[in-house]
Design a protein around this ligand. Structure first.
Ligand code: ZN
Length: 102
């Protein structure tokens, strides 16, 4: 399983950039990440309503390490229960990549 080398929270583009040790780069939007939350609350909401509703303006405000397992993401709607294991993050589809900066 590839390991994440770095996580960068880009406030302007509202996306989380992940660099993996196999050279892959991923850009995941804050909105997409919040929608993908797999905590018990979000899972229950999805089961009840078929989906969860998240405002497009949602922002990721904090990234907390969870051992070697993954990260806990905290959003500006106060939601902080989502644990995102590395393989799960990796399985999310990346946004089209931005031009590589020198
Ligand atoms: Zn959740």
């Amino acid at each position: 399983m590839p390991q994440a080398l770095s996580l960068t929270n880009h406030a302007i583009s509202a996306s989380l950039h992940i660099e993996w040790d196999d050279g892959q780069r991923q850009q995941l939007s804050h909105h997409q990440l919040r929608l993908a939350c797999r905590c018990a609350d979000c899972t229950a909401l999805r089961q009840q309503h078929g989906k969860i509703v998240v405002v497009a303006a949602i922002r990721l405000v904090k990234i907390l390490p969870v051992g070697h397992y993954g990260v806990q993401l905290v959003f500006d709607d106060g939601h902080d229960r989502g644990i995102y294991p590395w393989p799960f993050l990796r399985s999310l589809s990346s946004l089209p990549s931005l031009p590589v900066r020198a």
